[in-house]
Design a protein around this ligand. Sequence first.
Ligand SMILES: [Cu+2]
Length: 176
Amino acid sequence: MKFRNTLLAWASAALAAASPALAAAAADGQHHDHANAAMGEAGQASQVTRTVEVQMRDSMQFVPSKLSVKQGETLRIVVKNAGQLTHEIVLGSEKYLKAHAELMKKFPEMEHAEPNMLTLAGGKTGELVWKFSRAGIVNFACLQPGHFEAGMKGQVRVAAAKSSAKNTPKEDKHAH
Ligand SMILES: [Cu+2]
């Protein structure tokens, strides 16, 4: 949505004084994303290794809510909103998701449009292509106001690649 950046920038500014964490989350959402660095990166359609389907339900569930992938896999996640309510799927760390859920309560009209997220009206289908480049847990959740709190969340377990070359991801040591 066209106004998104403006709105995020505004939300970011508005929250900066009260909550640096939330402001950071808002800022992260639009550009340099620390949350993304820890959970992978936007995938290339040409590199998709597997397609999985995830349903969103009005019972505040993702089905399935648990996925397993191998480190380095690029997944095409076909997301079907089987309900009538609008739902979202947002990939991120738990901290990132919590911060965004708070932000969504304050700004329910805020639209999400990033490679790690998808908003779907009832009955709609969409897809995310994501490369799970780091081992560990990547959480996902619906950030429509109240849905996260109602338990609409899940996890992707990323198994470490058994590579002879130990490709330990470099921790980004940002000086801020
Ligand atoms: Cu939802």
